[in-house]
Design a protein around this ligand. Structure first.
Ligand code: MLT
Ligand code: ZN
Length: 441
């Protein structure tokens, strides 16, 4: 992001859980802050020190401990890269239940610590459901071994849930037991060009009805996001004719058991959409090969990279009702215009993309530089809009360092007070990832 900077002098790279435990004991005694760091791909500054904390890199804890091809349960160390785990389970015809644009560098421990959402949540649900067990080193060095491989374990408080999404503020995740689903026999995708955003909702309803159990992703990019992705060479651009008059695009993915059956369903859907009396889409481009499948996905997954190549990004990852996605994006653009900030030397683009199926909008503001006047125009404006919709200020990216001050827009005072009590139970000296999730007192 180029937005968060610490001034740490020390990175430690332990190779075993025991070494993590010794480091934590040592730091706890001396009240030294520790920032656990995975692939460092987060978007809210959660893995960047706020001061001179020690950075605890998990990248050397990178072994698969076990995989059971019958149950699909994988036990891996925290530093395993998500893509490597995908490659590891692939020959056994399994996939990881989570997938995201950063898969080539993000690590499973970081994914779990941040409760990353990503592109498969619609189909496989969140990590709160797919993670079966965790091994965590607590701030005082105690190793909490809850690395079970049980589908069912209804024995009182489910402590692991507290570490999922705690962003390293309660302990260091060193091992993860996770349920990997069977690989679909066939995956297809299609990118649909829509004449108006108003068509997204009815389209989603139609697609759900027509594709039912084989629908595995329904992702949205607005025209600005599409144009930026193409400008920065992400994925395969559609022809001029195909994008003509399109206000936004939707990428639909199917994952099912029989290729012919799924292809037929998708082709029928496309025909229905295009030949309807009032067509919901202008056109649709179906992938015809694995390379095209990846390149259609790259248009959507590549927006993040395109945005950061274009300039400095203010990123808001919010949950709001789907029907308000466009109003939120347009409203923000108008708000910036009214403040005189929409021009070449300040804000260049306001764009929206995200996970429609999960009600999760990524609202990005791309500027020439990070400027205080832009920041002041965006906040609390955006958080107030979210609160008005009873939405979430962070749908999937977490709180990190970026949103600690904004937590009250999504959590009540009672909730925050309880979170502080829980933090004090696990980390009484406040050494774990200080200044993240909860503001420093
Ligand atoms: C995405 O959905 O592409 C990611 O959450 C990253 C982003 O918001 O840019
Ligand atoms: Zn996302």
């Amino acid at each position: 992001m180029g937005r968060y900077h610490g001034r740490s002098t020390t990175v430690l790279k332990p190779r075993t859980t025991q070494e993590v435990s010794e480091i934590m004991k040592w730091c706890n005694k001396r009240r030294i802050g520790v920032v656990p760091q995975g692939g460092n791909t987060g978007l809210v500054g959660g893995s960047v020190p706020v001061d001179n904390e020690i950075i605890l890199s998990l990248s050397n804890l990178n072994k698969v401990r076990s995989f059971d091809p019958v149950s699909g349960i994988l036990v891996a160390e925290a530093g395993c890269i998500l893509q490597s785990l995908t490659d590891y389970v692939a020959p056994h015809n399994h996939i990881m239940p989570i997938d995201l644009g950063a898969k080539g560098s993000c690590q499973i421990g970081g994914n779990v610590a941040t409760n990353a959402g990503g592109l498969r949540l619609l189909r496989y649900g969140s990590l709160h459901g797919t993670v079966l067990g965790l091994e965590v080193v607590l701030p005082d060095g105690t190793i909490l071994d809850q690395l079970t491989t049980l589908r069912k374990d209804n024995t009182g408080y489910d402590l692991k849930q507290l570490f999922i999404g705690a962003e390293g503020t309660l302990g260091v995740i060193t091992g993860v037991s996770i349920l990997t689903p069977p690989a679909p026999q066939a995956s297809n995708n299609v990118i649909l060009a829509l004449p108006s955003f108003d068509h997204v909702l009815p389209l989603y309803q139609t697609v759900k009805r027509q594709l039912s159990e084989i629908l595995s992703a329904f992702e949205f990019i607005d025209r600005t996001a599409y144009d930026l992705a193409v400008k920065h060479g992400q994925g395969r651009a559609l022809s001029e004719e195909e994008v003509d008059g399109a206000e936004c695009f939707v990428l639909v993915e199917t994952s099912g058991g029989r290729r012919e059956h799924d292809e037929e369903k998708l082709a029928d859907l496309l025909e229905l959409l295009i030949t309807a009396d009032k067509p919901l889409v202008n056109t649709g481009v179906l992938s015809q090969s694995p390379a095209q499948f990846s390149s259609l996905w790259a248009l959507r997954e590549g927006v993040t990279e395109a945005v950061s190549k274009e300039g400095k990004a203010y990123k808001y990852d919010i949950s709001v009702p789907l029907s308000s996605f466009k109003d939120v994006v347009d409203g923000t653009r108008e708000h910036l215009r009214s403040k005189g900030l929409l021009h070449d030397k300040a804000v260049k683009y306001v764009l929206g993309y995200g996970h429609v199926g999960d009600g999760n909008l990524h609202l990005n503001i791309v500027a020439d530089a990070y400027l205080p006047e832009i920041q002041d125009a965006l906040e609390p404006y955006i958080y107030e809009v979210v609160a008005l919709h009873r939405g979430s200020i962070s749908a999937e990216h977490g709180i990190g360092a970026m949103k600690t001050h904004a937590l009250p827009y999504s959590k009540s005072a009672t909730s925050i007070a309880l979170m502080r009590k829980i933090k004090a139970v696990f980390d009484p000296h406040g050494i774990m990832n200080p200044g993240k999730v909860l503001e420093l007192m």
